[in-house]
Design a protein around this ligand. Structure first.
Ligand SMILES: [Zn+2]
Length: 408
């Protein structure tokens, strides 16, 4: 349809079902039947029907396989040591959350393990996890800190996250110092002051921070405390996002919208009357059905209001050891449909274009459009809805990152 170069392309894929997710193509999923996509210098340079595909140095005829944009997992806590299977088991044997917490369990057990782990040990663990995500087509990934809660370990976590950039995947790092109150502090205000005055500026000066997040909740930090952190982030020119309204309505999303947050995440308890503020701020609603499932939550996010106000909805794994130990973005697509009643098109858009939007990266990735990075996934399915339908099928044929196939 459009072309921006005249010389020969590096690679062209033909005979594909092309789910472009491009808003300019009006068919569901931006679908082009028997489509082709041309790549040069790691970028998408041509998109259109197979019979008009230009010549390239290498041509892959796909025989009807599906191509989608590479998946974008826009909310993970991927860097940590240890796991919490013992707590999972204890709770099913009837031990209360409070007792587990008193015995040093919960998030503090992950903080202890992560502080004790070496950079190399953490990187090894994280690499294995990234390999699982890539095996399901992920090409862009957000990774949060938040299990260090002190200067040394938060910086170690962010460096590990950046270390993952050698794994042929885009990494966005998020500073989540305001995840929980560490044992060294008994005053949450003093800890927030330490984050604002010391930890965040230092991590940022080292070039380790792409965005700032917090946990706004009765068991986390108050809306006013997070607001102080966001004022500091804004001073440092860093975009913000928020774990908001997961367990109760703290009006965190409304506050975050005041800072034009990239996203508000979880939002099961977001009230429909607060949705217009989210829309006006251009903020993405990130839905996390994995945590909803593990916590057996029953309060659904306000999906109808989000639809009515046309708020972009993203889906992510929220991969973490406590409430979402799920390394399968395809399972999350399914859960978005089964638990939150998203349509398969909304779900797939949520893990491509809208996931990219939640990272402020939608001009670069998230759809198959001329000029964007050639990050895509090739699937052994006949229709994009199948990505949300099957669980455990392992349908990925190949992944394309910056124009190169994982398996040539
Ligand atoms: Zn989270």
């Amino acid at each position: 349809m459009t072309s921006i170069v005249s010389n020969m392309f590096d690679m062209v894929f033909t005979q594909a079902q092309l789910a472009t997710l491009s808003p300019s193509i009006k068919a569901p999923y931006g679908l082009i039947d028997d489509g082709a996509v041309g790549i040069k210098d790691g970028r998408i340079v041509w998109v259109g029907p197979s019979d008009q595909a230009p010549k390239a140095k290498i041509t892959h005829a796909l025989g009807g396989a599906l191509i989608t944009p590479g998946l974008v997992d826009c909310h993970t806590h991927l860097v940590f040591a240890g796991n919490r299977a013992d707590e999972f088991e204890a709770r099913l044997e009837g031990v209360s959350y409070e007792d587990i917490s008193r015995q040093g369990g919960g998030i503090m057990s992950t903080v202890r393990n992560t502080r004790e782990a070496s950079y190399d040990g953490l990187l090894d663990l994280a690499r294995g996890r990234v390999a699982r995500l890539k095996a399901e087509g992920v090409t862009s990934l957000e990774v949060k800190s938040g299990y260090g809660l002190d200067l040394e370990c938060e910086i170690k976590m962010l460096k590990v996250a950046q270390g993952l950039r050698s794994e042929l995947i885009d990494i966005e790092t998020t500073f989540l110092g305001a995840h929980a109150l560490p044992p060294e502090f008994d005053d949450a205000d003093a800890y927030i002051a330490f984050l604002c005055d010391t930890l965040l500026p230092k991590a940022n000066a080292l070039g380790l921070v792409d965005g700032v997040d917090g946990f706004c909740e009765t068991i986390g930090f108050t809306t006013q405390q997070i607001e102080r952190l966001f004022i500091k982030a804004t001073e440092l020119n860093l975009p913000v996002k928020l774990h908001a309204e997961q367990l109760s309505d703290q009006k965190g999303a409304r506050m975050a919208a005041g800072f034009k947050a990239l996203s508000v995440d979880h939002i099961e308890y977001l009230q429909p009357e607060d949705v217009p503020a989210v829309k006006q701020a251009g903020t993405v609603a990130v839905l996390l059905p994995g945590a909803f499932y593990y916590m057996r939550e029953t309060q659904l996010p306000p999906i109808e209001a989000l639809r009515r106000h046309d708020v972009p909805m993203a889906l992510a794994t929220d991969f973490n050891p406590g409430t979402s130990p799920i390394l399968s973005p395809l399972t999350i697509l399914n859960m978005g449909c089964t638990l939150f009643r998203l349509t398969p098109e909304e779900a797939l858009k949520g893990m491509t274009l809208n996931g990219a939007k939640a990272l402020g990266r939608d001009r670069e990735v998230g759809s198959i459009e001329v000029g964007k990075k050639a990050d895509m996934a090739i699937w052994d399915v006949g229709h994009p809805s199948e990505l949300c339908y099957w669980v455990g099928q392992a349908p990925l044929i190949n992944r394309i990152y910056q124009g190169a196939l994982d398996r040539a």
